[in-house]
Design a protein around this ligand. Structure first.
Ligand code: SF4
Length: 227
């Protein structure tokens, strides 16, 4: 078990520093070439791997060009084009409906505010944050996905469980200039070392400051259960 730094702010800054050194090229792994493709890729990535989404969108983005194409697509056909993605029927519906709203209310452009984005179908705060950050260069919050949720709890940065509550706590302790990068660093570290089932604490750059470290630690703070 490592010893976290005295304050949550110091702990968050140290985590960012060390992970930045470990993952200097950390960035979004979804592929897209414009804002609408970004929005669609992020909608599709809910409970699905980025790798799978990238494979599917390669064909999708060749077939459909712009909000009108998606809005006018028959539901069955669009769903069929997404059939290797989890919840593809619902996601096809979200994409069609969102594109209708984009056409009717936003002149065919992906909106650039949190309120307007979260009014689109299937778009919650997490999806909206990703689109704002990577599509519009607007950083209003911290994207809390499953990796950010797990690592923040394991590292003692928060005891909250809901993503919205975790985001609020993180926004108070992660330096604002790192709000966007914090997510990518957690995702890279979560994939490479600190995975959900069997984190490789022996090879972790955060081990000495991590209260969940398995060496002689007893509890995985992410789940609250013993290792
Ligand atoms: S790999 Fe282990 S030491 Fe590193 S952050 Fe995860 S739980 Fe902590």
């Amino acid at each position: 078990m490592g010893t976290p730094l005295e304050s949550h702010t110091e702990q968050a800054e140290e985590v960012v520093d060390r992970l930045e050194e470990a993952y200097p090229d950390s960035t979004i792994s979804l592929r897209y070439s414009n804002r609408l493709e970004l929005l669609i890729a992020v909608i599709l990535s809910a409970q699905c791997t980025d790798e799978r989404v990238n494979k599917e969108t390669k064909k999708l983005f060749e077939k459909y060009d712009g909000a009108e194409d998606y809005a006018n697509a028959p539901q069955d056909e669009l769903a069929e084009d997404l059939n290797s993605i989890t919840y593809y029927n619902s996601k096809a519906e979200y994409i069609r409906t969102s594109c209708e709203i984009i056409l009717e209310e936003h002149d065919g452009e992906v909106p650039d505010t949190m309120d307007e984005l979260t009014e689109l179908s299937g778009v919650g705060r997490k999806t909206a944050n990703v689109v704002l950050q990577h599509g519009h260069d607007v950083v209003e919050g911290i994207v809390v996905d499953t990796h950010v949720q797990r690592l923040s709890r394991r590292l003692g940065l928060t005891e909250e469980k809901r993503p919205e509550a975790i985001e609020q706590e993180l926004m108070e302790i992660v330096p604002e200039g790192y709000w966007q990068q914090f997510t990518h660093l957690c995702i890279d570290h979560g994939r490479a070392i600190c995975d959900a089932r069997n984190p490789d604490c022996a090879d972790c750059v955060l081990a000495d400051i991590c209260p969940s470290e398995k060496g002689d630690g007893e509890i995985d703070l992410a789940s609250g259960e013993p290792w």
